[in-house]
Design a binder for this molecule. Structure first.
Ligand code: PMT
Length: 404
């Protein structure tokens, strides 16, 4: 599964370094060439010979211990990498990577790398929750670095909580997914994505809208193109540029969005409704700017059509994914929306949670089907959420329904 891929594995100084030996073995068995860099601290826990024997390659520790005079090792290693993986990653390497520091073999190689970087943290529960560490991880997420969440349980320091390195099998599965996702899996598919908030006019200068930036929907549209689909993006007003290769249909109101989506329903086979559609609109739009008169003013609102619910009723062959933006009882509300709106998946996000929902570059989502939870995705970039969502959807699309 990883044949032909070179993975540069950075091992940092923590007790979980021993698990990196199993990880090296599993990555090698999956066909990858694994080149290991250990920090000086990692060497205190496991001998380089362990990794050398498992990877069948020299293990790098000291930047200046150049074994081959024809190359500069940290540049050569960085250039050779299809993927950089740090496991276990300490708070120290996460901080250095966030700040762009290069003071040892691993950090300089990371600075020189252009390959995707994956980080599997392992540390004490309070270190992991430390605002400085959280901030550094957020910075890296915003730069496209991917994280494999640590597990919860008994930690070597005696505490019980979050901070235990993900199991080697989980890390290998994430890396395999990364590479298999590079292979288009939506070729011949027509995907329609909605994004952004709708704008419901009150008068020529005023309107009702919401906090949706469009980032979630635009990330889905961009990923769907990358996976080989033809993509239509129906978008409320946003500050974003349309992703390369997408057909953009700009709309304003929920009624505009309804028309744009329903008129294209038949020609698409995957519909993803990430837009935040206004549930209500002003009963009438004043032709002229409304003048200030009395101390109070009542604005009459009428219900907008529920576009997703209509799609759920009208769908024939389409796979339909709705979103649920909730602030409480996420599982319950998301499942209720899935059933009421006849969706195949609902992506629930608790928009009151840090790093989730509106405007930011990250999200934390739970994906459901009619049987319940399919997958819970920890905090990650909206691009990564989009990629995983599309992978899951691609697995469920009927094999014969795409265009040839
Ligand atoms: O755009 P970002 O800043 O990146 O933020 C992303 C997001 C928070 C907007 C996104 O992740 C999200 O949750 N989108 C759905 C927001 C929403 O309107 O949720 P809802 O629970 O109110 O609606 C449920 C579903 O019904 C949604 O798929 C919505 O598009 C759809 N709907 C709702 C009302 C309506 N009249 N018509 C609809 O189609």
């Amino acid at each position: 599964m990883l044949q032909g891929k070179t993975i540069v594995l950075g091992v940092c100084g923590g007790i979980a370094a021993y698990k990196a030996a199993t990880l090296t073995s599993k990555l090698t068995q999956a066909g990858a060439t694994v080149r290991v860099i250990m920090t000086e601290s990692a060497v205190q826990f496991v001998a380089p010979l362990t990794f050398q024997t498992l990877s069948r390659h020299h293990v790098f520790v000291d930047t200046f211990d150049e074994k081959d005079a024809s190359v500069v090792s940290h540049i050569n290693l960085a250039d050779s990498a299809d993927l950089m993986l740090i496991a276990p990653a300490t708070a120290n390497i996460i901080g250095k990577l966030a700040l762009g520091l290069g003071d040892d073999m691993l950090s300089t190689t990371l600075l020189a790398a252009t390959a995707p970087i994956w980080v599997a943290p392992a540390m004490n529960v309070h270190m992991y929750a430390n605002p400085a560490v959280m901030h550094n991880m957020q910075t890296l997420l915003n730069r496209g670095v991917r994280f494999i969440e640590p597990g919860e349980g008994q930690l070597a320091c005696g505490y019980v909580g979050k901070g235990r390195l993900a199991e080697p099998e989980e890390i290998v599965a994430a890396i395999v997914r990364h590479f298999t996702a590079e292979v288009p899996r939506l070729e011949g598919r027509r995907v329609l994505v909605t994004a952004g908030g709708t704008v419901e006019r009150i008068d020529p200068v005023r309107y009702i809208t919401n906090d949706s930036s469009g980032k979630m929907g635009y990330a889905i549209a961009a990923e769907a193109v990358r996976m080989g689909a033809k993509v239509t993006l129906v978008s409320g007003p946003t500050a974003l540029s349309a992703p390369e290769g997408v057909e953009l249909i700009p709309v304003q109101s929920a009624l505009d969005m309804r028309e744009a989506v329903l008129s294209r329903l038949d020609t698409h086979d995957l519909i993803i409704k990430a837009a935040a559609v206004a549930d209500y609109r002003p009963a009438s739009i004043a032709k002229q700017k409304i003048k200030k008169k009395s101390d109070a003013m009542t604005l009459e609102l009428v219900k907008n059509p529920d576009i997703l619910q209509e799609i759920g009723t009208l769908k024939t062959h389409q796979f339909v994914i709705g979103f649920a933006a909730e602030t409480e009882r996420l599982d319950e509300h998301a499942m209720d929306k899935l059933k009421r709106k006849n969706c195949d998946f609902v992506v629930g996000n608790d928009v009151s949670q840090a790093g989730a929902g509106f405007s930011g570059d990250t999200n934390v989502v739970r994906i459901y089907d009619s049987n319940g939870l399919v997958e819970a995705l920890p905090i990650q970039s909206k691009n990564d959420v989009a990629r995983r969502l599309l992978e899951l959807a691609a697995d469920r699309l009927h094999p014969d329904e795409g265009e040839s």
